[in-house]
Design a protein. Structure first.
Length: 140
């Protein structure tokens, strides 16, 4: 898939495809995405790399999930978590109360967890393969 063919009406979450924490987060978003807003792309995939290059982020500096809104904007670090929380359903929206904290503090916490995610949560040998039921949620 080419950048020009990305769905303009969906928000794209780029995630670390071998990270267990990221995989769990993707599964969480899928379960709570009742309005079908999000699509997913592994950072390690060819399309993930095209998107990163398109928006101008060096892949050597990526230690974060990225939320990309085609032709509009992109977000990373703590901003991603709050942007997603605003869109999903469920009691988890209560976590938005933390968005009033200083961004520098929130990004520090995000970076702290991100740097330790493999140690704390482990990692896979390769990116997950979506089930046939979830295939439409993943872009490739």
């Amino acid at each position: 898939m080419e950048i020009s063919n990305l769905p303009k009406d969906k928000k794209i979450i780029l995630f670390d495809g071998v990270c267990n924490l990221c995989d769990s987060s993707v599964q969480f978003v899928i379960r709570h995405d009742k309005k079908d807003i999000f699509r997913f792309v592994a950072l390690q995939s060819e399309l993930g790399q095209k998107i990163i290059n398109h928006i101008g982020i060096s892949d050597s500096k990526i230690d974060s999930t990225i939320l990309y809104e085609p032709a509009k904007a992109y977000y990373y670090k703590s901003d991603v978590a709050f942007k997603i929380l605003k869109e999903i359903s469920g009691i988890h929206k209560i976590l938005l109360v933390f968005s009033v904290l200083p961004k520098s503090f929130l990004d520090f916490v995000y970076d702290y967890v991100a740097k330790r995610r493999y140690k704390w949560f482990g990692q896979k040998e390769s990116c997950m393969v979506p089930t046939p039921e979830l295939q439409s949620k993943f872009l490739a």
